[in-house]
Design a protein around this ligand. Structure first.
Ligand SMILES: Cc1cc2nc3c(=O)[nH]c(=O)nc-3n(C[C@H](O)[C@H](O)[C@H](O)COP(=O)(O)OP(=O)(O)OC[C@H]3O[C@@H](n4cnc5c(N)ncnc54)[C@H](O)[C@@H]3O)c2cc1C
Length: 540
């Protein structure tokens, strides 16, 4: 490909969520020339939608008896035996400093009555240690603060520029990116370091809490650049997002657990209770239990309607609902549902990718010049199941650490010279129809998987994917979804046990023999295959 435009920097940051902007700001502080690109508007990522907060143990503001050690312990328990202990310890130990830096940049967290930061407690936490902003608008405040710090002119930011593929040297080092600009015109940005902060993969599924940009692009780009991904079979589902109709795309609004806390109950199309007899806490059972029960009811039980059930809140006090849940009420009204008269249609939705590009706590991948941070990366912090509110923290901590690692690698002359780039044509990759892909992924690779269903997904993708030149944004995204779906299927098929977010109906128990992560990489013909576990150690 002859690029129609070019740009140069020391480091290219892809993505403007918490992880990318933190890295870009730190890199700038270290004197590096930074270029940030993002494929949509700057605030379009998952960060802006984060609600609950940031889990952190602050030195002088914590519950009696709480400590970083206790936070580590909670994280390891949630992670189902698959966290990397050293990564958990390193990331959580840096949490307080990372939050302090963020506040210095201007982020305002909610104060408590005692003048300290207000702290709340979420599922899996043994103490009140989740700090939040704007009530339930933590992500929006973090995004605002980081963006305003970045938009002072010293961090060039290209919106509506999508990273397509890595530019590499003959020996495989990454030295830049092929990018389509806002008019779809291909160009090349060159730098000895490329940092992926491209977020999650919720759009693999029909229903997701993630916005439209969460199409797994960074995972696909890293795989094609030779990096392994790991733990990709572990996708965390939220039990209840608003079901907005068949074929609905994009972000589904969350219907917070607190609505069930106030007494709403899940029912199927016949009005039968979904959670009755499933768990002693019924509708307030843990998230994974509720999500799995809804999925079973949708798929198999009499009264199942295929793609959603209902949350019946009609008996709740109308005034209380309006006061406590204005966001949920507005979302319901936008699809013509009046929660005081109609049951709210809901379904489980893909929420968070626990796995990602295998990387160290400094963002280094196994490929020279390629770094990954935030939700796109797998550092080992989350294991088989993320502890609530650990992901914003990871973006803050690892984003800054990766910038320092890049500065150190440049200073030590460890990276390749962009002038050694091998110019390649716009890549061609298999692309499946997105609706078909989302339908089979939701039906067979969501909550409750088995060998037969996973094989169906594999066959459907094999039959329907067509080799396509990645010359539009839509094609880049659909190719990423196709490749990452295949990688996820490879790992989920191999893992013949249930653990954390990975629920196999044909292997319902955890198996100690599987207490290790699975890495996936591309074979020479571009197929995702399981990689040796040592490939996780080589991400250094
Ligand atoms: C509804 C919701 C609630 C949540 N609540 C919490 C919470 O309370 N606490 C918590 O810790 N976590 C929460 N999370 C998770 C958390 O928000 C995310 O894990 C985190 O924000 C991810 O940040 P990031 O920087 O890695 O990616 P993102 O914020 O998703 O940013 C990704 C960026 O990459 C860009 N991009 C993607 N592909 C390309 C490409 N090919 N080329 C160029 N740019 C590209 C996107 O446009 C975007 O700018 C929540 C998530 C959701 C969806």
């Amino acid at each position: 490909m002859s690029p129609r435009w070019e740009a140069r920097a020391d480091v290219i940051v892809v993505g403007t969520g918490v992880a990318g902007l933190t890295a870009a700001l730190e890199a700038r502080e270290l004197g590096l020339r930074v270029l940030v690109i993002t494929k949509a508007a700057a605030s379009a990522g998952n960060t802006r939608w984060a609600q609950g907060g940031v889990a952190v143990v602050l030195p002088d503001e914590h519950d009696e008896g709480d400590s970083v050690t206790a936070h580590i312990e909670d994280t390891l328990v949630a992670g189902g035996g698959l966290c990397a202990d050293d990564a958990v310890a390193a990331i959580l130990a840096d949490g307080a400093d990372a939050v302090t830096r963020l506040r210095e940049l201007g982020a305002v967290f909610d104060p408590g009555a005692d003048g300290n930061l207000a702290r709340t407690r979420e599922g899996g936490h043994s103490a009140f240690r989740v700090v939040h902003a704007g009530g339930d608008a933590t992500g929006a405040e973090i995004e605002r603060a980081l963006l305003s710090a970045a938009q002072d002119g010293r961090v060039p930011l290209l919106e509506n520029h999508i990273a397509v593929d890595a530019v590499r040297t003959a020996t495989g080092a990454v030295v830049g990116l092929v990018v389509l600009d806002q008019n779809g015109v291909p160009g090349v940005v060159s730098a000895p370091a490329v940092l992926l902060a491209t977020g999650g993969l919720g759009q693999l599924y029909q229903a997701t809490s993630n916005p439209e940009v969460a199409t797994a692009d960074g995972l696909a780009l890293a795989l094609r650049a030779g990096a392994p991904v790991a733990d990709v079979e572990f996708v965390q589902f939220h039990p209840t997002v608003l079901y907005t109709g068949p074929g609905a795309r994009g972000r589904c609004p969350l219907v917070t657990e607190a609505v069930r806390g106030e007494g709403a109950v899940l029912v199927d199309a016949l009005g039968e209770r979904v959670m009755k007899g499933v768990h002693p806490r019924e509708d307030l059972a843990p998230r994974d239990v509720v999500a799995a029960a809804i999925t079973r009811r949708m798929a198999t039980e009499p009264g199942g309607v295929g793609d959603h059930v209902y949350l019946d809140a009609t008996h709740l006090d109308t005034e209380l609902f309006r006061r406590r849940f204005p966001t949920v009420l507005a979302a319901c009204q936008s699809i013509g549902v009046d929660p005081s008269a109609d049951p709210i249609p809901v379904s489980p939705a893909a929420h968070f990718a626990c796995g990602g590009v295998a990387s160290t706590v400094d963002g280094r991948t196994g490929v020279i010049g390629l770094y990954a941070v935030g939700e796109v990366a797998r550092t080992g912090l989350h294991g088989a199941n993320r502890l609530a509110s650990n992901s914003l923290l990871e973006g803050l901590v690892v984003g800054a650490r990766a910038a320092r690692a890049i500065a150190a690698d440049i200073a030590a002359c460890l990276l390749a010279d962009p002038r050694a780039a091998v110019r390649a044509p716009l890549p061609t990759a298999p692309v499946a129809d997105r609706d078909v892909l989302q339908r089979v992924m939701s039906r067979y690779a969501g909550i409750g998987r088995d060998a037969e269903g996973l094989a169906v997904v594999g066959s459907v993708l094999d039959v329907s994917a067509v080799d396509t030149v990645l010359k539009t944004k839509q094609r880049v995204e659909d190719a990423a979804l196709t490749l990452v779906a295949r990688a996820l299927i490879a790992a989920a098929s191999a893992r013949t046990e249930s653990r954390g977010c990975h629920v196999r109906t044909d292997f319902p128990d955890s198996d100690p023999a599987w207490q290790h992560s699975l890495a996936v990489r591309l074979n020479p013909s571009g197929q995702p295959v399981l990689a040796a576990p040592t490939s996780l150690r080589s991400a250094a």
